[in-house]
Design a protein around this ligand. Structure first.
Ligand code: DWN
Ligand code: SAH
Ligand code: ZN
Length: 407
């Protein structure tokens, strides 16, 4: 088994600390009439001894993950819609220019940029997945169907001029060729522009043992410490950080050209907090691995017990994340008969590798199971309030973040 790799940020040695086993492409939901060979990869997680960047040891080719049929539509959550609407306002309010230009990397179905477009501001989304990109275009969002890297950035600058703000949510962590992306950011940004990105925060992941945030698409698991070092190596400076509650705990990072902005006190505070927690110390990483294995074992035992007692068990939310826990814990359709999800592109399909059928969530109210495993635990408030009748009629929720629990 491979124990080391090469850091995508600094070229240093990445030492493996977690083996999450054989995994499929997390978003490759299978058509039942199209069963055949499925791509798998070995999900190994390591930490760079030189720059503390937590990352996967092997990258999955980007064309296998992102394309025409990418099934995740960001606007599927009302809370995320509200989050991106206030994000758009905050980004625009921070720009001094009278003809601002905003670029988003990974604009998906336009959940953020539609708010920018509505305010009549020049913008461009860079989004390689054609299906979601067309949904954004139908909302009046300008999109370039492409991967963001140095070549794309240079061509955008040639065509549209420099960007005052480059924003990216839940996408930078998907890109192993990060040096090319940061070269592109430097090429495209105005002299006093900012690059703002938000992604799952490794401190939250270790504190909540939410290891299902680790899968093929989530190549990097950022922290303030590793991002500060990455920025400095790539001619940028980390000038602000802000913890976010969305998606189970994220960090928003603001990068700028060195010396162009005052560095907020929050940066040093976050780095000190990470150091006090020993975030990437060998002992802490081993402890995290132990929690992961304990949760995987407990979840499988509870599901076996429920199956043996004849309880009906279904899942809620056919998330990319669920792929990690399902395959790591050895869960299949004998434990979870089907998964409810509101996304039309996932309904009627099977989960990758484990082949659990996905059904329309609108039927949850009428054919409810005894127990529902909340795979979309990051949207717990939104889902559990919409499905309040489930609990009132005696249904029970099973969650596994931060611990396996039936409520
Ligand atoms: O980083 C990523 C995030 C932003 O989105 C991508 N790599 C892929 C994807 O990850 P995910 O699939 O784990 O994301 P979510 O947002 O946890 O997915 C929620 C799933 O649950 C969607 O398939 C929609 C569904 N859902 C539902 O059925 N009812 C969601 C809500 C809010 C609901 O009420
Ligand atoms: N920003 C949205 C979407 C996140 S899903 C949100 O926060 O909900 C990740 C998105 O990144 C997908 O739509 C995927 O197609 C896109 N993506 C992957 N690699 C990319 C790249 N190199 N450049 C731009 N977008 C990319
Ligand atoms: Zn490194």
């Amino acid at each position: 088994m491979k124990g080391t790799g090469s850091c995508q940020v600094c070229g240093g040695v990445v030492t493996k600390f977690l083996d999450l086993g054989t995994q499929p492409l997390s978003d490759a939901f299978v058509h039942p009439e199209n069963l055949g060979d499925e791509f798998t990869h070995h999900l190994l997680v390591g930490c760079c001894v030189d720059c503390a960047m937590v990352q996967l040891l092997q990258a999955v080719p980007r064309e296998l993950m992102f394309g025409e049929e990418y099934p995740y539509y960001s606007s599927g959550s009302r809370i995320m819609q509200a989050h991106f609407s206030s994000t758009a306002d905050a980004l625009l309010d921070g720009i001094a220019s009278d003809d601002p230009f905003v670029v988003e990397i990974g604009s998906n179905d336009g959940v953020m940029l539609e708010c920018v477009a509505r305010r009549g501001v020049r913008h461009l989304g860079v989004e390689p997945s054609g299906g979601v990109a067309r949904v954004a275009e139908a909302k009046g969002v300008d999109v370039r169907v492409d991967y963001f890297d140095i070549d794309t950035a240079t061509s955008i600058r040639d065509e549209h001029g420099p960007a005052d703000v480059i924003f990216s949510a839940n996408t930078l962590c998907h890109i192993p060729y990060i040096t090319s992306v940061l070269d592109g950011v430097r090429a495209l940004l105005t002299p006093d522009g900012v690059f703002v990105f938000e992604d799952p925060y490794f401190l939250d992941i270790t504190e909540k043992s939410s290891f299902d945030q680790i899968y093929d698409e989530h190549f990097f698991l950022f922290s303030a410490t590793s991002v500060q070092s990455m920025a400095a190596r790539n001619g940028l400076e980390l000038v602000d950080v802000e913890r976010l509650q969305v998606h189970g705990g994220e960090m928003r990072y603001t990068l700028a050209r060195p010396g162009s902005r005052t560095v907020a006190g929050a940066v040093a505070a976050a780095i000190a907090e990470e150091a006090a927690a020993g975030l990437t110390s060998p002992g802490r990483l081993v402890e995290f691995g132990e929690s992961v294995r304990r949760i995987g074992n407990e979840l499988r035992s509870v599901l076996e017990e429920l199956r043996d007692r004849g309880c009906s068990v279904a899942g809620y939310g056919a998330t990319a994340k669920s792929s990690t826990i399902i395959n790591f814990a050895g869960i299949d359709s004998s434990h979870i008969s089907h998964i409810y999800d509101t996304t039309p592109s996932k309904q009627g399909r099977l989960t990758p590798l484990s082949h659990i059928p996905i059904v329309d969530a609108s039927t949850f109210g009428t054919d409810r199971p005894d127990v529902a495993v909340l795979f979309a635990w990051n949207h717990a408030d939104e889902i559990q309030s919409a499905e309040a009748a489930f609990g009132e009629s005696g249904g029970r929720w099973l969650t596994y973040v931060p611990d396996v629990r039936i409520t």
